[in-house]
Design a protein around this ligand. Structure first.
Ligand SMILES: [Fe+2]
Length: 198
């Protein structure tokens, strides 16, 4: 038997200094007080939690600490993309958005994908034991029709300091956080850098 059309997920420790990791946490925790628009946006769209997705979604352009995170992510995304056979000299991927997510108990993010991007992912800053996994769904799920029942979702349990990368069309969610501790993460998108192909 041969296998085709695999779905590749990268999950690994991101090699960054501990001091940078701490600085990311500190800055992430300060964002809500600076970001009035984001607080209002989160109230409507991100129950019980805070995300800078609707307000400060290009944090790597505004904060050195996130720019440094972006540089570390660039290396991982480049390796991931070349493993998928994507990156050529003409077409490179560029970090286009990067935002913070603070998920207290009860906060969740329903199934979605990132339609305008190529590679998406999340860097995990704090993951209290037992807090939400990242749940992914088999992209073939809508097409199974009369096929016998099978498992169509998988949970990835991230650890603090890890990064998870996936192709942006992959449906994913963060089910409700059932733990009291705050789950802190930084999510991001990479798109084709059209300027590099000229
Ligand atoms: Fe997402």
């Amino acid at each position: 038997m041969r296998t085709f059309f695999e779905t590749h997920i990268e999950k690994k420790r991101l090699p960054i200094p501990v001091a940078l990791h701490r600085e990311i946490r500190k800055t992430a925790l300060r964002l809500p007080e600076l970001d009035v628009t984001g607080r209002a946006w989160s109230k409507k769209n991100y129950p019980k939690g805070y995300t800078s997705y609707g307000s400060l979604s290009e944090l790597h352009r505004h904060f050195t600490v996130f720019e440094r995170l972006g540089n570390a992510l660039d290396r991982e995304v480049r390796a991931y993309a070349s493993g998928l056979g994507f990156e050529s000299k003409k077409e490179r991927l560029a970090l286009t958005s990067l935002w913070v997510n603070l998920m207290p108990e009860g906060c969740y993010h329903a199934f979605h994908h990132h339609p305008h991007s190529v590679v998406s992912g999340t860097y995990y800053v704090d993951v209290p034991r037992g807090s939400s996994p990242l749940r992914i769904e088999d992209p073939r799920a809508p097409l199974f029709m009369a096929s016998p029942m099978r498992r169509i979702q998988e949970d990835l349990v991230p650890r603090a300091g890890e990064v998870i990368l996936f192709e942006s069309w992959l449906k994913h969610e963060v089910p409700p956080n059932r733990m009291k501790g705050l789950r802190i993460s930084v999510s991001f998108n990479y798109e084709l850098d059209r300027s590099s192909s000229r």
